[in-house]
Ligand binder design. Structure first.
Ligand code: ADP
Length: 725
């Protein structure tokens, strides 16, 4: 029978994971964490810059707005000066104090022109006209006088300035006394355009802060086009004094909380907000802006900076929120990695344990497999060597497995067509039918056993004891067949039986024929002893007595031998026998001995057994007789007869309290003529137990004994139950 070998499975050992050891932080983890940190910083910085950019744009707008407001203011002031010119023209170039006052009231300087200190008229005078001028002015203002007269031939005194309350100090002040005022006035005259002075200190400003004057010239003729004409027809200037601080505050008001402004005329600073205590943030260049303005003949540089307040009011927490969120995400990423690595460590640990166990199991399975293979080989060796025919048939009665002994029953040319075939056609039809019938019984009942004589395909005729056993491989039913070739045994059995019968006939005839001469020896010896007793001396008498007793013993032995040879298994009839009756019959035969020896006999209720009554009586009688014979001297014999049964047999037992038998003799006592004692100690022939064994064997049973020296023996014999026979 062939065993199919599967390919060995090999383990892949020590395979490293693609990304190294996952039980600790791998470089890939670190790269992700660092990249995420860099990204965090990047996003944070980006949002910071975005915010800064936004603030910067806002700042620039604010700065532009600031400058445009200043410009707008200046243009409004210019408008006011033009209004003054218009008023003058409407009075033919001559207005008295009251008229100017009225005019200036209509301007509502305090409300509409915040930052302007006043609006006034400066007249252009020469030495020729100064006196008349003074007289005219003193008509309404007797105390009017020109103050700080210049050193030139012309004078430019302030005639009116309203509101007078805060400008009275300036009334009569000559513009020529000081170069800035004078230069601006001349420039205005020459250009016929509005003109402002360089920074000056207004006479009416008690705080003495920088300020300037805004001039607009008026002429005798309206709009003289040439310089000469302008010089000739120049009558004076409408003017407005400014305190720089008031101008800016008036124009920008609360805007100044957010920005600081520095204003330079050429390079001379004349205005600076005093809120410059700024932090480093707003010191950055992006929060500074510089404007070069051409303001009415002057070059102003306006420097604008953002204040902290501006920065704070435009600042928001978004970058910080972004930073914090990103840091939280980073921490989460780190935690996730950490958790992953921790669980990974555990997973690797478990995997290693499983792997180890798997390897152990694998090695175990491998060694089991090797052992199985060895056993398989050994089994195959046995199957192929054993002389029994072993085969397996499927439920379609096809041979699916068979050993060499079986296959060799076929001629060599047909052996390849045994496995997979029923091969029924190779046998005589009657035998083939019997095979099929036996197979069907085995399939149906699970077991079948038969003795069959088969004519094999190779021509040999053989007697087999065939057992067929049903088994299932998990899917299908199969029949395992095992045939034991008993052809030779049967022949030998027959031969033994024949020679035994002959031997027994011989023993019977021999012992029967021996009886007569033996009887004659004994009788004639007795006659000799009686008739010639006076002739023989005592020695002769002793020897003759020996001959007589030896003859008697020999008679006894021959009789026993005759009994033994008379037991013929074939010739006795078997039937159901009540063993209780057989036993009581045996006890009846032994009643004198029992009484004489005061033997106590007890027994169980015995069954009905399939046997022969005479034989059963003999067995009981022999065994009980022995139990009494081999009693102990000082104790009354006690015998108990009982029976047990198993599936196949009834097992009787005869237990005594006698002398017992040494263990080494327990088997020998059943041999013919075997005795353990001489005749003077215990008389006997050594045939009783042999007769019992012969009878029991002929019934298909068995006999044996157990014993304990000086305590007693138990003799057992079994008789098969009828249905198993
Ligand atoms: P015999 O009794 O005539 O000698 P048996 O064949 O009956 O022959 O017994 C053979 C021997 O077995 C006896 O000689 C005796 O030694 C021994 N024997 C038989 N039965 C008993 C017994 N119940 N107790 C002790 N020994 C026994």
């Amino acid at each position: 029978m062939k065993v199919k070998h599967k390919k060995d499975i090999t383990l892949e050992h020590n395979k490293r994971p693609l990304f190294g050891n996952y039980s600790k932080f791998h470089w890939a983890h670190w790269i992700i964490i660092i990249a995420s940190l860099l990204l965090t910083i990047g996003v944070w910085q980006f949002s910071e810059r975005q915010l800064e950019e936004k603030i910067k744009i806002k700042f620039e707008k604010q700065a532009d707005y600031t400058v445009s407001v200043i410009k707008e203011r200046m243009s409004q002031y210019e408008d006011a000066l033009w209004a003054g010119i218009a008023a003058l023209l409407s009075h033919d170039g001559k207005m008295n104090y009251q008229q100017w006052k009225d005019f200036s009231n209509t301007l509502k300087i305090d409300q509409r022109h915040q930052g302007i200190n006043g609006i006034g008229i400066i007249h252009h005078l020469t030495k020729d006209t100064i006196e008349q001028y003074l007289q005219e002015q003193r008509l309404l203002r007797p105390n009017f006088n020109i103050i700080k007269k210049g050193i030139y031939d012309e004078f430019l005194p302030i005639t009116f300035i309203e509101p007078i309350e805060k400008n009275s100090a300036a009334v009569g002040l000559d513009m020529t006394h000081e170069k800035n005022r004078y230069a601006a006035a001349i420039k205005a005259r020459n250009t016929a355009l509005p003109q402002i002075t360089a920074p000056i200190t207004l006479i009416q400003d008690k705080e003495k802060t920088p300020g300037f004057l805004f001039f607009l010239p008026f002429y005798k003729d309206n709009a003289p086009t040439s310089l000469l004409k302008r010089q000739e027809t120049f009558l004076g200037l409408v003017y407005a004094p400014f305190i720089a601080k008031n101008l800016i505050v008036g124009a920008l008001g609360q805007e100044l909380d957010h920005i600081s402004i520095e204003i330079y005329d050429e390079d001379i600073p004349f205005y600076k907000t005093n809120n410059t205590n700024n932090t480093n943030i707003v010191q950055k260049d992006i929060f500074k802006k510089e404007y070069l303005l051409n303001i009415y003949g002057r070059h102003w540089t306006v420097k604008i900076k953002a204040n902290d307040q501006f920065y704070v009011s435009n600042q928001n927490n978004i970058p910080l929120i972004i930073l914090m969120s990103a840091i939280i995400i980073d921490i989460l990423i780190f935690s996730v990695f950490f958790l992953l690595i921790t669980s990974n460590k555990r997973a690797i640990y478990l995997a290693e344990i499983i792997n180890k166990k798997y390897k152990e199991k694998f090695n175990e399975a491998k060694s089991i497999k090797i052992n199985l293979q060895k056993k398989d080989q050994f089994l195959n060796l046995i199957l192929d060597t054993i002389p029994n025919f072993i085969f397996v048939k499927d439920n379609q009665f096809r041979i699916v497995e068979a050993n060499n002994a079986f296959i060799n029953n076929y001629p060599e040319s047909e052996r390849s067509q045994v496995i997979g075939y029923t091969t029924l056609e190779k046998y005589p039809p009657k035998e083939a039918d019997d095979f099929l019938e036996n197979d069907r019984i085995a399939l149906k009942e699970g077991y079948h056993e038969t003795e069959e004589t088969i004519t094999f395909p190779n021509g040999e005729k053989r007697t087999l004891i065939t057992k067929k056993i049903l088994f299932n491989d998990g899917e299908h039913d199969f029949i395992l067949g095992i045939s034991h070739d008993v052809t030779n045994m049967k022949k030998a059995e027959k031969e033994i039986l024949r020679s035994n019968t002959e031997l027994e006939k011989f023993a019977f005839l021999a012992s029967h024929d021996l009886q007569e001469p033996l009887r004659m020896i004994k009788n004639f010896t007795e006659i000799l002893q009686e008739d010639y007793k006076h002739i023989f001396d005592s020695d002769a008498h002793f020897h003759m007595n020996q001959i007589i007793s030896a003859s008697a013993r020999m008679q006894e032995l021959i009789k026993a031998l005759l009994d033994h040879s008379k037991i013929q298994a074939n010739e006795i009839t078997l039937k159901d026998i009540d063993a209780n009756i057989s036993l009581s019959e045996a006890l009846k035969n032994l009643r004198f001995t029992i009484e004489e020896t005061k033997t106590k006999i007890t027994f169980d209720n015995l069954p009905v057994v399939y046997s022969n009554n005479m034989q059963l009586i003999r067995i009981f009688q022999n065994l009980i007789q022995n139990a009494i014979k081999y009693r102990k001297d000082n104790i009354d014999p006690k015998i108990h007869i009982s029976v047990i049964q198993n599936e196949k047999s009834f097992i009787f037992s005869i237990a005594d309290n006698g002398i017992g038998i040494e263990e080494v003799y327990l088997k020998k006592i059943f041999v013919l003529f075997k005795r353990l004692h001489n005749n003077s100690a215990y008389s006997g022939t050594g045939i009783g137990l042999s007769i019992c064994e012969k009878i029991i064997k002929s019934l298909g049973g068995n006999i044996w004994a157990t014993s304990e020296v000086k305590k007693g023996s138990i003799f057992y014999f079994s008789i098969p139950k009828k249905e198993r026979k």
